[in-house]
Design a protein around this ligand. Structure first.
Ligand SMILES: O=C(O)CCC(=O)C(=O)O
Length: 270
């Protein structure tokens, strides 16, 4: 059984310390990234959308999972271009960054505990100094501890040797169960081994997952539609650029709905 490791929490007001933490451990914990009022706003928005648009709450085969809340509940935008996240992620990526995906999840309790579903969402990018293609941020919208489901990660040095073998990765890095209060978040490379640890519990856990990418790399996924309110109508050209990386899902929908692609920041169709 791999060892359990304690979290390392870099000073939230010191971006250099956070960068060093990411380089050494492959993650940055961000306590209180959302205020209690913001958490309430987002939980209310989820309640409203689950009531109004229940058919939007699935993704692939997963229920209780909505990747298009930007279309119906624009408040979620605050979790994407967060003022404490963008400078940190931009620095780690080493160039301009784009939005890729927003996934909001409501998980009910379970009758039985399940081992962590260890996986990598995507591969590493070995040409990048930190092997970083798609950073991900997971926010908690309720308090998470030993009595709830939790996010788990096997830490690793960001630019270090890539251990493709899962057992070797777990043996080297151990297991960090990420616990935190509502509004806390964790940033990591979505290629780093991670997963959800499901507990026998009656408690609900809600999470927001945000993915970012480089403008000139393939789109991460085909689940989030880029809202015209952000890529076309937003008054700030930098915001319009940030939301201009169209995945194929967006392009197919726009073609089908006879919407013209008049992006001023048209990015390659990779
Ligand atoms: O829900 C979690 O805690 C983990 C989510 C996850 O594993 C993923 O997004 O790939």
């Amino acid at each position: 059984m791999p060892k359990l490791v304690e979290p390392v929490i870099a000073d939230p007001d010191d971006i250099e310390a956070q960068i060093e933490c990411f380089k050494a451990h492959g993650y940055v914990i961000l306590p209180d990234l959302l205020s209690p009022d913001e958490v309430d706003t987002l939980n209310d928005a989820i309640d409203r959308d689950r009531e109004t648009n229940p058919f939007m709450w699935f993704s692939g085969t997963a229920p209780d999972y909505n990747c298009n809340l930007l279309l119906t509940e624009p408040a979620f935008e605050m979790t994407i271009r967060h003022e404490r996240l963008l400078p940190l992620i931009g620095n780690l990526m080493g160039g301009p960054i784009c939005f890729e995906e927003l996934a909001v999840r409501h998980r009910d309790g379970e009758d039985e505990a399940h081992d962590t579903g260890w996986h990598r969402d995507r591969g590493y990018w070995p040409d990048h100094p930190l092997n970083l293609d798609y950073p991900q941020v997971i926010y908690y919208l309720n308090d998470v501890n030993e009595t709830t489901h939790c996010f788990s990660i096997s830490p690793e040095p960001a630019g270090g040797e890539i251990l493709d073998d899962k057992d070797a990765h777990l043996e080297r890095g151990g297991i960090l169960h990420f616990y935190g209060s509502a509004g806390s978040a964790i940033l990591f490379n979505c290629a780093t081994l991670h997963g959800v640890t499901l507990r026998k519990t009656e408690k609900v856990r809600r999470t927001i997952q945000v993915y970012y990418g480089h403008p000139d790399r393939r789109s991460l996924s085909e689940v989030t539609l880029m809202p015209p309110s952000l890529w076309r109508e937003h008054p700030d050209p930098e915001v319009r650029r940030f939301y201009s990386k169209f995945n194929r899902y967006t392009r197919v929908m726009m073609d089908g709905l006879s919407m013209t692609d008049d992006r001023e920041h048209s990015l390659p169709n990779l």
